[in-house]
Design a protein around this ligand. Structure first.
Ligand SMILES: [Zn+2]
Ligand SMILES: [Zn+2]
Length: 330
């Protein structure tokens, strides 16, 4: 726990699942004249709950001192405990207006989303025998989430004020299509969620809930953030950092290299996204076979994001043969 900026407290909330390479998710408590604004909530586990509870006790506060909750997006590590905190505190819960639509299909009635994911894996070349493992890879997260509807729907350009801080909502689609960042122009602080992380590049994938060309949209929204006056960036994972513009340039460069790597696999003949993902290198040069099923599934959908972006730029062709999608060099 640290006051990372005067009036902004940073808590490292432990993650619930070992399959993530990230040790914790960051939650931020921003001071206000009536109480705290909580940005992101962490997984709904006893240990994350105590992390927050202990902070409040140490400050001589309780849950009723949390007045507003904003989630950057509804992934379980950011949204999981929001419902439980809302219940205890009576705080309002806010999120981007389109992000709300993912709560029900992701966490309440999952059958349709599973079927769509299934279909997407099949048309992109995943062999039948690997299907079940890949499709069901993330089923065990539901117990760490309290699905709760928001009280307030946010739009790009809206402001969220605590009386001491006024954040502008910036819609940053890509990692999730209703992802937002919060910018405090006077304090030069940016809360970046999973849009910009200091060490790893966030997962950008084509999936049943993504918008068209998510990687293209992601890079566009990065460039938009590059124009902001920011001294301190508070990310959703890892450590807060100062050099935002440099980090944005690194991420853009990384995706450029990935595009080239993927183009390289298409040199001899058309391939499916599954096949390309299998041949590509994955984080720290890990080979496909070493990735756990959940990461293999993400790898197929990340590869698709690169392919869709290059298709939008007329660098690759998309072909359909017998219901299976193949990608070819232009
Ligand atoms: Zn996320
Ligand atoms: Zn996250």
């Amino acid at each position: 726990m640290a006051e990372i900026f005067p009036g902004i407290h940073w808590l490292k909330s432990p993650i619930a699942l070992e399959q993530s390479s990230l040790a914790h998710v960051n939650i931020y408590l921003v001071e206000g004249d009536k109480g705290y604004l909580l940005v992101d909530a962490g997984w709904n586990t006893d240990i994350s709950f105590s992390t927050l509870h202990n902070f409040l006790i140490k400050k001589g506060k309780n849950f009723h001192d949390i007045k507003q909750i904003v989630v950057t997006h509804v992934h379980p590590d950011h949204y999981g405990m929001a419902g439980r905190i809302k219940e205890l505190s009576g705080a309002t819960l806010a999120m981007y207006h389109t992000e709300k639509d993912f709560i029900e299909p992701r966490y309440v009635s999952m059958e349709e989303l599973l079927q769509k994911t299934d279909r997407m894996l099949v048309v992109n070349g995943t062999p039948e025998k690997e299907m079940v493992v890949l499709r069901d890879a993330s089923l065990d997260v539901e117990k760490y989430i309290v699905p709760t509807q928001p009280d307030q729907l946010l739009h790009d350009g809206d402001t969220i004020t605590t009386g001491l801080f006024t954040f502008r909502v910036i819609w940053t689609p890509g990692h999730s299509s209703g992802h937002i960042c919060l910018h405090e122009p006077d304090k030069k602080v940016l809360i970046s969620g999973d849009h910009i992380l200091p060490r790893i590049t966030p997962n950008i994938s084509v999936n049943p809930q993504s918008i068209e060309n998510p990687l293209g949209r992601y890079l566009e929204s990065l460039k938009e953030l590059r124009r902001l006056d920011v001294e301190l960036t508070l990310p959703g994972h890892d450590e807060p950092f100062k050099n935002l513009k440099q980090r944005i340039d690194e991420i853009i460069y990384h995706h450029g290299l990935r595009n080239l790597e993927i183009l390289g696999t298409l040199a001899s003949r058309p391939r499916t996204a599954y096949r390309i993902a299998k041949e590509a290198s994955w984080g720290d040069n890990a080979a496909w076979k070493d990735l756990p099923p959940f990461h293999q599934r993400m790898a197929v959908f990340e590869t698709l994001a690169h392919l869709e972006m290059m298709a939008a730029e007329s660098r690759v062709d998309k072909l359909t043969r017998k219901g299976i999608i193949y990608w070819a060099e232009k």
